[in-house]
Design a protein around this ligand. Structure first.
Ligand code: HEM
Length: 370
C-alpha cells in the first residue's frame, strides 16, 4: 500500500481499501493495521518495541544520531526522563506567553501564506525558547532543522547531510557555552546531567536534535491542518468564531481527523499471535483515527464530537508524545488568534501538499484576511 500513497492526495481511499481486508494485513514481510483498538494495543504492549532483537533499528542510517524515540527500555526510560523538565506545567505557562505574542504579531498582513507566514514561525519560536537558542541563531536553526527533518521521508541528499553537520555544530557550540554559563533551558539541564554521567555527550546531542525535529515538523501541520479543516467546513468555522472556548475541541478534532504524523510502527520482540519475532507492524495513525468501530461517522470533521477513546495522533504507550501538552497549547493559541483576528479569512488559491507520506501537512496555503 505504501507505494500507492503519494503524500499529495487524500490517503483515505487507500486506507479504506486496507481496512476492508481486516484489522491486521500482511504487507510483504511486514504487517499493517488500520484498527484503532489493535493499534492502541500494540503501542502499549511491551512485547513490541522500536528496535530489532539484535539492537538495530529501522531509522535513517548515517544521518541523525539515534534518539530515545528509536530506543526500547531501559535506555528509553532513562533518556526520556532527562528530557522531561522541559515540559513541566510551569515551563508550558512560560511558553504560552511567548506563543501568544508570536501569534498576535504574525497576524498583521492582508494577504499571506498561512503556512510560511503564520504556522511555521510559531513552533520555531517555542523550540528556540525551549532549547535556549539565542535569537541571533534562530533563523539558521530553522532552515537547517527543516532540512534535517525532511530526511526522515526522502532519504539523505548531500544538502541534508550538510544541514545535519551544521545543526550538530551549532548544538556543540551551545553545549560548550552552557558548560561555562548554565541557563534555565534544556541544554543546561542536559549538560548538568552529563556531568553526573546520566547520559553521554552523544545521547545529549541526539536528544536535542529529536526535540528540534519533533517540535518543528508536527505542530506547524497541526496549525495548518486545523485552519484548512475549519475553512473547508464553514459551519464549524462559524461555530468556533462564536465560541472561542472551543479551541481545545478544535485541536483534538484536527488531531483525530488530520493527524500530522500519519504512520508509526512497532517490531515484535517475540512471536505475538500471527506476528513473528522481528516482524514490523505499520500502524496507520490516520486510518486508526477514522476507525468506524470507535468513532461514529468517522470521516466527518465535527469539533463537538466526544473524543473517546483518545485519537492516536500522539501515539500511545511509553513513546506517547512528550510534547503533547505543548503542541495542544500552541494549536489552541494559534487557531484562537486566527478566529479572533481574521474572522473573514478566506483561501485565495490552491493549497500544495508536503512531499511526504508519514507527515501530512500543507506546504503552502494562500489566504487573505478579507
Ligand atoms: C501536533 C504536534 C505533534 C504531534 C502530532 C506529535 C506526534 C508524535 C508521535 C506520533 C510520537 C510517537 C511516535 C511513536 O510512537 O512511534 C511523538 C513522540 C515524541 N514527540 Fe511529538 N508530536 C507533536 C509535537 C511535539 C512537540 C512540540 C515536541 C517537543 C518540542 C514533541 C516531542 C516529542 C518527543 C520527544 C517524542 C519521543 C517520545 C518517546 O519516544 O518517548 N512532539 N510525537
Amino acid at each position: 500500500m505504501f507505494e500507492k500513497l503519494t503524500g499529495h492526495e487524500d490517503p483515505h481511499p487507500i486506507y479504506e481499501q486496507v481496512r476492508a481486508l481486516g484489522p491486521l494485513v500482511r504487507e510483504g514481510a511486514d504487517w499493517v493495521t488500520t484498527s484503532h483498538t489493535l493499534s492502541n494495543k500494540i503501542l502499549r504492549d511491551r512485547r513490541f518495541g522500536v528496535q530489532y532483537t539484535d539492537g538495530s533499528y529501522p531509522g535513517v542510517a548515517g544521518v541523525l544520531p539515534r534518539s530515545f524515540l528509536e530506543m526500547d527500555p531501559p535506555e528509553h526510560t532513562r533518556l526520556r526522563r532527562l528530557a522531561m523538565p522541559a515540559f513541566s506545567p510551569k515551563k508550558i505557562d512560560e511558553y504560552r506567553a511567548r506563543v501568544e505574542k508570536v501569534a498576535e504579531s504574525l497576524l498583521d498582513a492582508d494577504e499571506f501564506d498561512l503556512m510560511t507566514d503564520f504556522a511555521s514561525p510559531q513552533p520555531i519560536a517555542v523550540i528556540s525558547d525551549l532549547l535556549g537558542i539565542p535569537d541571533s541563531d534562530t533563523a539558521e536553526f530553522a532552515d537547517y532543522g527543516a532540512l534535517v527533518a525532511r530526511s526522515f521521508d526522502t532519504g539523505v541528499t548531500p544538502e541534508m547531510a550538510h544541514a545535519n553537520d551544521q545543526v550538530l555544530a551549532l548544538f556543540e557550540r551551545l553545549i560548550a557555552e552552557r558548560r561555562t554559563r548554565p541557563g534555565d533551558d534544556v541544554i543546561s539541564s542536559l549538560v548538568a546531567a552529563e556531568a553526573e554521567q546520566k547520559l553521554t555527550a552523544q545521547e545529549m546531542v541526539a536528544t536535542l536534535v529529536l526535540l528540534l525535529v519533533a517540535g518543528f515538523e508536527t505542530t506547524v501541520n497541526l496549525i495548518g491542518n486545523g485552519a484548512q479543516a475549519l475553512l473547508g467546513h464553514p459551519a464549524q468555522w462559524v461555530l468556533f468564531k462564536a465560541n472561542p472556548e472551543l479551541a481545545p475541541d478544535v485541536v483534538e478534532e484536527t488531531l483525530r481527523w488530520a493527524p500530522p504524523v500519519q504512520l508509526t510502527g512497532r517490531i515484535a520482540h517475540e512471536q505475538v499471535g500471527e506476528v513473528g519475532r522481528d516482524e514490523m507492524v505499520h500502524i496507520i495513525i490516520g486510518a486508526a483515527n477514522r476507525d468506524p468501530d470507535v468513532y461514529p461517522e468517522a470521516h466527518r470533521f465535527d469539533v463537538l464530537r466526544v473524543q473517546k477513546p483518545e485519537h492516536l495522533a500522539f501515539s500511545s504507550g511509553i513513546h506517547y508524545c512528550l510534547g503533547a501538552t505543548l503542541a495542544r497549547m500552541e494549536g489552541e493559541v494559534a487557531l484562537r488568534a486566527l478566529a479572533r483576528r481574521m474572522p473573514d479569512l478566506r483561501q485565495t488559491g490552491p493549497v500544495t501538499f508536503r512531499d511526504s507520506v508519514a507527515i501530512r501537512g500543507l506546504r503552502s496555503f494562500p489566504v487573505s484576511r478579507s
